[in-house]
Design a protein around this ligand. Structure first.
Ligand code: FAD
Length: 406
């Protein structure tokens, strides 16, 4: 059977690796850390997966946590106004629940599953200089090593497809447990200085909530650089809620941080890269997941996109039959993925910009017209709806006028 190598054991690499292994491909995954180290390590993400990505995991039979993971059934949105109450507030049900399972749980369990299926797992970091030596062994080498600059020169920025050159948010998330007064789902708060979200998560410590803040750089929510430990993070989070989301001021009063490793601070530069890299030997390698397209987590798209990439790449590999995995194949595989990644990236990037008039009007109308709230909330699982609707001011206003309220 054809030999495929995958660098990186994350949401993208493992879903592809397991899917191909189930079809009998000879697959090797290079994982930076062992399953035990991942499970015992620091928080990786907040990983809310919406229905289409969950469907892919269910098709592969790797949805090991459906019985335990708290379902994300609703989306509650609120935008800060002048006073203590939000200027806009609405909540709506999701047609199919979303779910967040700690990536430390998922990755470690999936590494075990990949091994059980006869895949070869090598615990080894493969740096850019070692790719050529690696690529020699395989007919196709996929680089699914997450975000960051390590493969910058191999997969350079695609200037036409990349909107930003700098991080657009200062991010701080942590896990809390205790009594939390929130909808059974995703709570999203917006203000002109940044956003916050709250989400139930099945973590390595059981059922918790993930609370994340996204501060506009240089503004009053850009506060994480000096925060050293989880207690300081907890106090900072309470201050941010009181100052910028006063209707949520008491949210953490009866909740406590879960563990010292369950926090994450940082800034992410959104980028779309050229997906086909050329190694010094002339061999080609294909980027996948965050290595190919990195988004800010504000729109909760990255892990969902990684699952889509795994499906698109697997389909392209299977359709290739016995023909070589050449450059043309690689561009074709990425093009399949980009059909989904393009609207998801645009939706996500637009969320980082100050909301234009038609978006504010839509969020406002959603308070009175449940169909508008429903459509907005489902953009997270179906960003393809964005381009012809909210991404187009004229179409968005026309849609609102049809509701009779504008
Ligand atoms: C704070 C935060 C919140 C988020 N919330 C959401 C959300 O709600 N919904 C959502 O869809 N997405 C979310 N994301 C994004 C999501 O986590 C990522 O987009 C997703 O994990 C990307 O998957 P991946 O497999 O491409 O990369 P990763 O998950 O980063 O996996 C890459 C793997 O490769 C390994 N690796 C790296 N370098 C090497 C190397 N040289 N050799 C070998 N192995 C290597 C890494 O250790 C890692 O295990 C969030 C991200 C953050 C930071």
């Amino acid at each position: 059977m054809r030999r495929i190598g995958i660098v990186g054991a994350g949401q993208a690499g493992l879903v592809l690796g397991i899917g191909l292994r189930q079809l009998g491909y000879d697959v090797t995954v290079f994982a930076e850390r062992s399953a035990q180290d991942v499970r015992a390590g620091r928080l990786i993400s907040n990983q809310c997966l919406f229905a289409p990505a969950l469907e892919r995991e269910r098709e592969l039979g790797i949805n090991f946590w459906d019985a335990d993971a708290p379902p994300v059934r609703e989306v509650a949105f609120a935008a800060a106004g002048e006073g203590a109450e939000p200027a806009i507030a609405w909540r709506v049900g999701l047609d199919r629940p979303a779910q967040s399972v700690d990536q430390r749980v998922k990755v470690s369990d999936w590494m075990g599953e990949f091994d059980r299926l006869g895949g070869e797992l090598r615990i080894r970091r493969v740096g850019p200089d070692e790719l050529d030596e690696c690529a020699r062994e395989f007919e196709l080498l996929v680089v699914a090593a997450g975000r960051g600059p390590q493969f910058d020169s191999l997969f350079p920025r695609d200037d036409e497809r990349s909107t930003y050159r700098e991080p657009q948010r200062a991010i701080g998330i942590f896990y809390v447990a205790g009594k939390i007064d929130a909808v059974p789902g995703l709570t999203f708060g917006m203000s002109h200085v940044g956003e916050f979200f709250l989400l139930p998560v099945l973590s390595v410590h059981g059922s918790v909530h993930g609370l994340g803040f996204f501060g506009v750089p240089g503004g009053p929510m850009d506060v994480w650089d000096g925060v050293a430990d989880v207690e300081q993070h907890y106090e900072t989070a309470r201050k941010l809620l009181r100052a910028h989301y006063p209707w949520q001021a008491a949210l953490l009063d009866e909740a406590r941080p879960v563990a010292s490793a369950d926090l994450l601070h940082g800034r992410i530069t959104p980028v779309v890269r050229r997906p086909v890299g050329t190694l010094p030997s002339g061999r080609k390698v294909l980027a996948m997941g965050d290595t190919a397209v990195t988004n800010d987590p504000i729109g909760g798209q990255g892990a969902n996109m990684a699952a889509r990439a795994a499906r698109a790449y697997q389909e392209a590999i299977v359709e290739r039959g016995d023909r070589p995995f050449d450059e043309e194949f690689m561009h074709d595989a990425f093009a399949r993925y980009w059909q989904h990644a393009r609207p998801a990236t645009r939706f996500n990037n637009d969320l980082l910009a100050p909301p234009p008039e038609h978006v504010l009007a839509t969020l406002d109308t959603a308070q009175h017209v449940p169909e508008v709230a429903h459509r907005f909330a489902h953009l997270f699982e179906n960003p393809a709806d964005y381009e012809g609707w909210l991404g187009d001011p004229e179409a968005a206003m026309q849609y609102l006028r049809a509701t009779g309220l504008r």
